[in-house]
Design a protein around this ligand. Sequence first.
Ligand code: NOJ
Ligand code: NOJ
Length: 715
Amino acid sequence: MLTNTSRKIFLSIFLVALAALAPLQTAAADFKREVIYQIITDRFFDGSTSNNNPSQSSGLYDSTKTNWRAYWGGDLAGIQQKMSYLAGLGVTAIWISPPVDNLNTNIPDGNGNPTAPYHGYQGRDFKRVEEHFGNTSNTWTDFDNLVTAAHSNGIKVIIDFAPNHTTQDNAGEFGAFYDNGTFVGNYTNDTNGYFHHNGNISNWDDRYQVQYYALFDLSDLNQEHATVDGYLKAAAQLFQQHGVDGFRIDAVKHVTWGWEYSLANSIYTNGDSFLFGEWYQGNTSDPLYHDSYKFANRSGISLLDFPLNAAIRNVFASNANFSDIDTVISTEGNNFTWKEDLVTFIDNHDMSRFLSANNNQNRLHEALAFILTARGIPCIYYGTEQYLHNDTSGGTDPYNRPMMNSFSTSTTAYTLTSRLSTLRRSNPAVPYGSMSQRWINSDVYIYERKFYGSVVLVAINKNETTAYNITGLNTSLPAGTYSDYLTALLGGSSITVSSGTGGNNPVTAFSLPAHTVAVWQFTESSATPQVGSIGPTAAQPGVKVTIGGRNFGATQGSGSVKFGTTTATIVSWSDTQIVATTPSVSNGSYNVTVTKNGGAVSNGIQFTALTAKLIPVTFTVYNASPTQVGDYIFLTGNTVELGNWATTWDGAVGPMLAPNYPNWFINASVPAGQTIQFKFIKIASNGSVTWEAGANHTYTVPTTGTGFVNVNWQY
Ligand code: NOJ
Ligand code: NOJ
């Protein structure tokens, strides 16, 4: 018999040994080296039959899997059981359906068939786990087991988090929501104002409507209410306590934008995380495209790359010219500060699967190789590696969510993903490098990723029958012969590079066969510290920040991290990742640098030091300066959160919203407990700026909850 103490000692030795065996767990705030896999939990694998038809929501399960809008049995235990399959695929993060307790009642469709929130987007209790995914008592056991299994396989866990709404507002449970089992409120008898009651969005380009109207009859939460604000932030933090590494934020375009900055800040203040949001848009000419990149550049929430997704589908599925992709890459490259954090994808649960759009596996392989090597963090929709698709009604929702029907580890797509995931970890040009086009025609795209001296050159020929002779190609790869990193998996062969000048080394002419992808790479051996990533990109003093890159040295020694000229306290240090605490610097923009033991200093990377933790405050200005179509009122003020008196579209806070013209309002996240100074300005369509007169307004931001401030425009 072991005594209690010896049992504890034995256990801790065992745990230390386990930790040594487990893959290195890197910080989530440096996500660029990850490969994400998107799972619709209900449709992946049924790991436990005990939760298939729980009593509190019985009748929503279809064992025949013929009602596409019912639960089919997939669950968290099922994902856990497939962890080694995922690890072998090269997946290093899973994004799972919203796991929170969802609507229990059946809302029949037009033909009287049951419909169920098998997708997870009708949350009723954000602090409990859905009974179809976990257990019939809605506890955390299965969720915790999944997270533990994922982490011990080197896989991070991202949950889909939907703060925009609860359940449907006109049927079922009428938006009722609960705080760990205690009723909070509902949509129909909303005496506390927890919801917006403005009807459904009809104009998807109207900034007020998209944020303050309902998304398809879903009860639209009012995040400016302190109870709702506190509830959602506490729920996100609860998931962090349960080990979650990141959040895919549902419908970010439809949640109050300013409030989301404070959501991100509360998550980052609580712990290491990576956040990306769903901002649906068809292309970079979308009327709200500018709002989308301003949001990504300032909120700390990266975005799913919808414009690139559309171009990928145009080019690979619909055979458009490669210039479609090249144009999006360069446009977004100019607009997004953190473009390498954009999450790229071929398809998802809201559009037809690639093979439904074009049942051509060569093209799917080409698209897959593209997202795995282009800039951005690749996200693969479950089943892509098994060529899963159902083409009913064109294969759109719900037919894009079939049950996973095969777990083969020998498909070409499986091997391809695994191989390129390895490259992302070994060559820093993939996660951190610039992306430039080196050779293009309608069928061929040759692009280069480059991070200091490390280079990856990728050539794709999407033509099904024609080989192209590639002449006049230049690269930054050093002179030498390079074999295809994919070892001819997609038809590639080797190239020879000779010395040129100015980073343009000529590649000996070669033939690129039909439907081929080739990857050539060089990882420089250098001792200089090179910084490629920082996350979060904005935080107040005291919050941990992760710096990713290489050659930092295995140990800190005399090394340091500086924010401008101020040295930060180090939390952890490895050759490729450092965690430091944001020092007490005044608010503003800083270059963060790594000095390695021995004195070599890295490049600087941009970071915003916030003044304090963020509180969402709704600013209203009555009777503002007269405006004409195209003119907008903005908010500006004396801290970095308020733009430091900036007077530009990108620098100031806004544009503000005017549902009750000429009164304008905006919700903005501002530093807790600070007395801020601010003013309103008009930015006319031609860019000219009109300040309101008089002294600056002042306001003391509350230290918790939400705030409201109303003033008259000063003439
Ligand atoms: C976007 C999600 O991706 C979609 O599947 C869902 O129905 C809506 N948001 C509402 O949550
Ligand atoms: C310049 C503006 O002209 C003025 O109105 C404003 O009060 C200050 N910036 C901020 O101190």
